[in-house]
Design a protein around this ligand. Structure first.
Ligand SMILES: NC(=O)c1ccc[n+]([C@@H]2O[C@H](COP(=O)([O-])OP(=O)(O)OC[C@H]3O[C@@H](n4cnc5c(N)ncnc54)[C@H](O)[C@@H]3O)[C@@H](O)[C@H]2O)c1
Length: 251
């Protein structure tokens, strides 16, 4: 069952959200629906999507161009895409083997290429808003042990800006949101991966909190709120930007 809000700022708009099973993508799907958009969401995990009631859901692998192509083709019109698929490899360049590198670029950057390329023809007649979920760990700032991740997210920012330049006259806006450290299931997984070597989960949590000048983690809902604004016509003059939502990391 999907929820609708006929008077919301996104009423009448068709929105697609990738990686909507959990974390930021989930919060975005729920927020856009609350604001009135007709939301369709995809994720690799059927179980993660099972209790997402705010959107129509499709299980697919966003690195598969045919799967994304078929999904996108099923919509006569698309106004909004939020592409949230990404993968964090924790390691320096020396700790990043060729498979880690390729997996990082495939999940994070190739999937962005695939999703953006697929939706553009569906927006050309009437315009639209495309939002990529990049990261401050990218071309914006170097973080320890984020070699492949930083490279892939830097690529996402570059692609987002290039598309903004190419489709400006067709009224398709492209913006990259760059979160700091956001409390999500995969962040908890990264903490768990480090817990043994750091002497426990509390120490692992402290490592991530110490990166945050605000002294706390961000929430997926705080990222979704900015996605909702960028999706709306109120953001009609915002194009080709990186928007840091990072609790003060880049002050
Ligand atoms: N959490 C953070 O601290 C943080 C910070 C900056 C940027 N980001 C970015 O935000 C995005 C979401 O991260 P998160 O931590 O909120 O969520 P998450 O990592 O906890 O969940 C990601 C979701 O993506 C799905 N997914 C994975 N591979 C997929 C594929 N090939 N096709 C379709 N779906 C797939 C997973 O099943 C999962 O539901 C990512 O791009 C991430 O890099 C996260």
């Amino acid at each position: 069952m999907t929820t609708t809000n006929a008077k919301g700022p996104l009423a009448g708009k068709v929105a697609l959200v990738t990686a909507a099973g959990q974390g930021i993508g989930r919060a975005v799907a729920e927020r856009l629906a609350r604001d009135g958009a007709d939301v369709s969401a995809c994720d690799l995990s059927a179980s993660a999507l099972a209790d997402l009631t705010a959107a129509r859901t499709t299980v697919l692998d966003a690195t598969n161009s045919e799967a994304i192509g078929n999904w996108v083709a099923s919509f006569p019109r698309i106004d909004i895409l939020v592409h949230a698929v990404g993968f964090v490899h924790q390691g320096t360049i020396e700790e990043c083997g060729p498979e880690d590198w390729r997996r990082s670029l495939n999940l994070t950057l190739d999937s962005t290429y695939i999703a953006l390329k697929a939706v553009i023809p569906k927006m050309k007649n009437h315009g639209g808003s495309v939002i990529t979920i990049a990261s401050v760990a990218s071309s914006i700032k170097g973080f320890p042990r984020r070699a492949a991740y930083g490279a892939a997210k830097g690529g996402v920012i570059g692609l987002t800006k290039a598309c903004a330049a190419d489709y400006l006259r067709e009224n398709i806006r492209f913006n990259a949101i760059c979160p700091g450290t956001v409390d999500s299931p995969s962040l908890r997984g990264r903490m768990a991966d480090l817990a043994d070597s750091l002497g426990g989960m509390a120490a692992a949590e402290k490592l991530f909190l110490d990166r945050q000048p605000a002294g706390r983690l961000g929430t997926p809902e705080e990222i979704a709120a900015v996605c909702a604004f960028l999706s709306s016509d109120e953001a009609s003059f915002v194009n080709g930007q990186t928007i840091n939502i990072d609790g003060g990391i880049t002050i």
